[in-house]
Ligand binder design. Sequence first.
Ligand code: ADP
Ligand code: TYD
Length: 212
Amino acid sequence: MLITFEGIDGSGKSTQARLLVEHLRSEGHATMLVREPGGTTLSERIRTLLLDPALDIDPFAELLLFSAARAQLVTEKIRPALGAGDIVVCDRFYDSTTAYQGAGRQLEAPDWLRAFHAKVTGGLVPDRTYLVEVPPAVAQARREGASDGTTNEASAPDRMEAGGLDFYRRVAAAYATLAEEEPDRFVRLDGEHSIDALHATVQADVQALMAA
Ligand code: ADP
Ligand code: TYD
């Protein structure tokens, strides 16, 4: 089973992905957690390039680099884990490319992008995708460490985070459209709910999914 988490930076999706993996492992399920871009030596190196604020990267080149990182991750890690019967939890997957490159960078995102993702992943489609939705300003405050004024570590924005609020508004709107287009795959979560409440919702949904 492949489960993915999506949302804008600072939405809280990595927190939820980690909590779900801890829960599944505590229940005895072999579970792999990977993040995108990353998860393999090549993909982590591509990640370093993609997030480097010193680099000026053409939007189409950016799309290809994210996709190259994904192709390697699918072949090297995700397919073998799924083949072994493990649960794979992925912090971002191809919906990120549709939202960030397609809408955020304002590349055209018509059918070719959908077909392209299928090519990159060999047709792999998540069994469930959790979309954690928060207003872009809330996510920005969390990224800047202002959500509760205590626990967040603030760091300099990476190259993607330098996009600004309008960029994130386009990304968030694209995610909402994706969720409307595939209601059976997507579960939308209100990211302003508490971490524990969100985790309980995810946990119950995954349990139902595994029982089905
Ligand atoms: P993302 O992976 O979407 O960038 P993170 O999971 O890293 O987001 O969370 C970003 C910050 O917001 C972290 O400091 C985290 O503790 C905090 N956070 C996560 N979920 C919530 C929530 N539901 N409510 C308030 N703060 C949250
Ligand atoms: P990361 O630090 O992992 O952000 P987050 O914790 O929010 O997931 O950085 C990944 C960045 O790359 C993030 O800004 C989203 C962006 N991204 C894309 O633009 N396209 C993609 O296909 C993927 C996977 C990520």
